[in-house]
Design a protein around this ligand. Structure first.
Ligand code: DHB
Ligand code: FE
Length: 285
């Protein structure tokens, strides 16, 4: 059977991708960000998954206001890199896992979550920046990726509680797949940031760090936090953090297993307009 070995959480700031693509990652401003991912790059080399189930949000690149799926699972064999206005990022193509993705769609829909099945989708910085942060600049990504896009852009967006419950359904789905795959689940986006309006530039270090504490020790309680608190405390784009609860809901302790091990934790301000937060949790063997 497939099993979820670990979850990874990380911000997806687009300028981080640009810094890498333009060879600026060792400049003093960016070095402080990338230093926080050095242990993660070592960790993932030593703990290479077969597949990453990557929860992220699209920023009006694959979707638009024409069609707004709340939860969309990518079932294709390959996902082209989106052109976000300055050409596609020069990163390897993203290979999917159609068999596992179709199995997850079947299982999760039968567990009463309505997913949109997407057979063709370009992936933007929400997906590629986390890959770059964790893997650097390889010739090919070292694992397959199932993109799972969540609408956190156009209201109504799903609650943290629903995301946490969905994570539990995804865990059941993955662990009922009849192949011995090592699967990681990643929750991306956040941390606090607001890109527009009078509060643009808002960063709330104290709230972010509390979110990380609670994500580790009290995910069920954290899942009760309403939208208005994310937006008030972490800014309008801080709502991306509900996606981290999908990954956390898929961890073993939520289903009665042992507590996950914290393998790495990192927090840094600033990177562009956002705080960068990062966490790696490992399920016990
Ligand atoms: C920025 C951050 C984001 O999460 C995003 O999607 C776009 C821009 C920023 O910090 O500039
Ligand atoms: Fe974003």
């Amino acid at each position: 059977m497939a099993r979820i070995t670990a979850s990874v959480y990380t911000s997806h700031v687009p300028a981080i991708g640009a810094a890498m693509d333009l060879g600026k990652d060792q400049e003093p401003y960016w070095q402080k960000v990338f230093a926080g991912y050095e242990p993660s790059r070592e960790w993932i080399k030593a703990n290479k998954p077969d597949v990453v189930f990557l929860v992220y949000n699209d920023h009006a690149n694959a979707f638009s206001l024409d069609i707004i799926p709340t939860f969309a699972i990518g079932t294709a064999a390959e996902f082209p890199i989106a052109d976000e206005g300055w050409g596609p990022r020069p990163v390897p193509r993203v290979e999917g896992h159609p068999e596992l993705a179709s199995h997850i769609a079947q299982s999760v829909i039968q567990q009463d979550f309505d997913l949109t099945i997407v057979n063709r989708m370009d992936v933007d910085h929400g997906l590629t920046v986390p890959l770059s942060l964790m893997c650097g600049q390889p010739q090919a990504w070292p694992f397959k990726v199932i993109p799972f896009a969540v609408n956190v852009v156009q209201y109504p967006v799903p609650s943290g509680k629903r995301c946490f419950m969905l994570g539990q359904a995804i865990r059941k789905a993955i662990e009922s797949f009849d192949d011995n795959l090592n699967v990681q689940i990643w929750g991306t986006g956040g941390m606090s940031h607001q890109l527009q309006g009078p509060r643009a530039g808002l960063i709330n270090k104290e709230w972010d760090n509390q979110f990380l504490d609670r994500l580790i020790d009290d995910p069920k309680g954290l899942a009760e936090v309403p939208h208005i608190e994310y937006v008030r405390e972490a800014g309008s784009e801080g709502i991306e953090l509900v996606m981290w609860l999908i990954a956390r809901g898929a961890m073993a302790d939520v289903a009665g297993g042992g507590k996950p091990k914290v393998k790495h934790r990192f927090y840094h301000v600033p990177a562009s307009n956002t705080a960068v937060g990062h966490l790696i949790l490992e399920n016990q063997a």
